[in-house]
Structure formats: C-alpha cells, structure tokens
Write a protein that binds this ligand. Structure first.
Ligand code: PMP
Length: 365
C-alpha cells in the first residue's frame, strides 16, 4: 500500500510521556509529578487572564510586546534579545530546527531533559549522550565528546530530574573551550529557585557572545504551566533566525497578559521561593532520616533513590504512594531505574509522603 511516510528517523523517536495524573479509587490526590508549584499563580496574573477573556475574538499581538517588555524590565535586558514561546519546549524545538540538520551532532547529558533528544532527532540530527558525574553535568565529558560535527550543547541548569547545579565557573570553562560555531543552550527553567542567583552570570555569557542562549519558563515558580509561556534570551542574530520560522501568533493573548502580570509581581515570586526553600530543606532531611538517599537539590523537586535490593523498590514505592493519593514521577526514562522524583507540594502532601515512605521503608526493610 502506498501511503505518506515520515522522514527517516522520525519513527525512531520515543514520544514524551507525561507523568501520571490519577490515583484510581483515591478521593484526595496530590500530583507531585510535574515540578508544579503548590502556590498557584499570582492573583494579579489570574485577574489579567480573566480580563483577556473579554477579547477572545481578536488575534494576539504576534510580537508579544507587553510580555517581552515586562521580562526585559524585570531582568534589565534588551527587549530585542527576548523571544517568547509556547512553553520553553517550543523554543528548544525551534532552536533545533534552525541550527541542526542531517549529519549534525548535538550533545546532551545522561540524565538531561527528554525534550532535547526528541527535538534533535526531529531535526534529523544525532543526539550524543555523555555521562554525568554524581548526577551532575560533567564539563570534561562534554568537551571530550565534541567533534567537527557538533553544532549544539544542551545543559539544563539546574538539571531535571536531578535538581543539581553547575557552578558558573564551570559553565564559563565549558563555553571557553567550545568551538565558536557550537551553540550552547542553557536551559534555566528552575533558575528562580537557585539561591545564589548564579543564572545572572548566564545572562552575562549570552550578552557577551554570539553562541550562547538561555531559556526560561513561567511554568514553575510563576505557576502558569497551563498557559505555556517560555522565553529565550539570545543574541540578535539568533532571535532573527527563530523569528523567521516560528508560528506568527505563537503566544496566545491570555498567556501574554497573565505572564506580564506574573513577572511584575515579584513579591509573589519571593513568597514562592521562600516556601520552597523551607520545604526543600525539611523534606530532604526527613527523607534521609528514614534511610533514603536524596540528591542534593537547588530546585522545587527532589530525586529520591531507593535501596537497590532487588531493583524494584522505586516501582513498589510508586504504587504504594499512589494508593495513598501521592503521585510522584518514575524516572526510568531519564536513566534512573530505582528512583522517584517528587515536587515540593503543599505542606500536608509533603508530610503525607514522608509518613507514607517511612511506613514503606519499615515494611520493606
Ligand atoms: N526544561 C526543563 C529542564 C524542564 O524541566 C521543563 C519542564 N518540565 C522545561 C524545560 C519545559 O518547560 P515549559 O513548561 O516552559 O515548556
């Protein structure tokens, strides 16, 4: 039978599988599987979203000026170097489609965010995966993997699902050693949670060079995951190339309005960051106290490693927690067979998981 066939390589891509949403038969469910904030969105963002419903018949501003100006004002950036996207996922994809093609290589790390690999392959290029060290990006391993075909390097900083952070000195060292025609993508989806605010140094790297970009999102600390808002800070030539291929109205009007209001409400962001810091610390210590290993995290989630007795403990714990209404994220697809990732949730959920995992560890000891 003759029928349309996808380009070579497309059917080799493993589609992104979101975390589970439901716990059948459990009345109260806490979804702690997608690194969402337990604090919701700023009331000012919600109000702006509602107001935008009054003009749904109109196309949005194709340049998303209000949102780009609000971002630029918040971080002291030039608005011309900012482009918004339908989640940072869209921007990561656009980068691959613009800078990669057949025969090119792009470097990703062992436990890197799955979207990179999908988009690299979708662009017809080859993902080259390098080892991490202690769940952290290893700059030397990346540099060792560079070949004349390398066109891009992806780093999530902080990483997902590890929650670890590469210090800016290491990022600078990596950038200095990369060929100038290799694009370094710093995916800073969790930047706001990093206490040291090192990501400002990432911004400096973008400003001072032609081959570094930083992507950011409103899905985490701003609590607007449903609206799909991401942005990229990049040199003018890169923004120009992305603008040529993106959808003409890739940002919807409610997202532009709510995003702008959210980023102007820095008091709300501070509250969310403080809540997270408090519970990141408490949760890490409590889980360690019941015999679990937690990768030190600087984000709004933790990676919990289970004792490797039979290789099945994480899966058993996942089922046990789900039966109690706590949905965590299995991370086998990220190279962790015996670990679960947990977002920091509302207080009662955090306490509930600690209690349930204490019981689970007691039972399975
Ligand atoms: N990068 C990383 C490291 C992430 O964890 C996520 C969200 N899971 C994204 C990018 C995508 O975020 P967005 O919602 O903006 O598409």
């Amino acid at each position: 039978m003759i029928e349309p066939v996808p380009r070579p390589g497309i059917l080799d891509i493993a589609a992104y599988v979101p975390g589970k949403e439901h716990a059948p038969g459990v009345a109260r469910v806490y979804k702690l599987s997608s690194n969402e904030t337990p604090l919701g969105a700023s009331p000012k963002a919600i109000e702006a979203f509602r107001r935008s419903a009054e003009q749904l018949e109109r196309y949005p501003d194709g340049q998303a000026v209000e949102l780009r100006e609000a971002i630029a004002a918040t971080y002291g950036l030039n608005v011309a170097n900012i482009l918004c996207g339908n989640g940072s996922d869209e921007l990561l994809g656009l980068l691959c489609h613009v800078y990669l093609g057949t025969g090119d290589e792009a470097i990703i790390t062992e436990h890197g965010f799955l979207v990179y690999k999908i988009q690299i392959m979708a662009a017809g290029a080859t993902p080259v995966t390098v080892k991490e060290r202690d769940c952290t990006v290893d700059v030397d391993a990346i540099l060792a993997a560079v070949t004349p075909r390398t066109r891009m390097v992806f780093i999530a900083n902080p990483g997902n699902p590890t929650g670890t952070y590469v210090p800016v000195a290491e990022i600078r060292r990596l950038h200095a050693a990369l060929p100038k025609n290799v694009l370094l993508v710093l995916d800073a989806a969790y930047a706001e949670y990093v206490k040291r605010n090192d990501y400002e140094a990432g911004i400096e790297l973008v400003s001072a060079n032609r081959n570094v970009v930083m992507t950011r999102t409103f899905s985490k600390v701003h609590g607007l995951a449903a609206l799909r808002i991401g942005w990229i800070y990049a040199p003018a030539a890169i923004i120009d190339a992305l603008n040529r291929v993106r959808g003409p109205f890739n940002m919807n009007a409610p997202a532009i309005a709510a995003g702008a209001a959210a980023i102007r409400d820095q008091a709300f962001v501070e509250t969310a960051v403080a809540y997270n810091a408090l519970w990141l610390d408490k949760l890490t210590h409590a889980l360690e106290a019941i015999g679990l290993k937690v990768t030190p995290s600087v984000t709004n989630f933790v990676l919990i490693h289970f004792p490797d007795v039979d290789g099945k403990r994480a899966a058993q714990a996942d089922d046990f927690l789900t039966s109690r209404g706590y949905i965590l994220r299995a991370v086998r697809g990220y190279g962790f067979a015996n670990a679960l990732r947990m977002s920091i949730g509302p207080e009662e959920a955090n306490r509930g998981v600690i209690e349930a995992l204490g019981e689970f560890m007691g039972k399975t000891a």
